[in-house]
Design a protein around this ligand. Sequence first.
Ligand SMILES: [Zn+2]
Length: 70
Amino acid sequence: MGLFCAAVGIFMTIMAFRKGQREYVAVYICPECETAYPAAEVPDKRCPRCTVPLEPLTGFYDRHPDLKEG
Ligand SMILES: [Zn+2]
């Protein structure tokens, strides 16, 4: 029975991991207007409004701590 519980635990962990992966789907943010776009909406990875290159949202505010406020 303990083995079964372990198997379920592993399964749940994998599912949680996969769910996390799916939610991680690449999102880009414009350093000018700070608008976030799903990668699918910006195939050229440029802001449709500012035409500046977008940056990955992950770690964006770590790279730009000055934009963190507000
Ligand atoms: Zn922009």
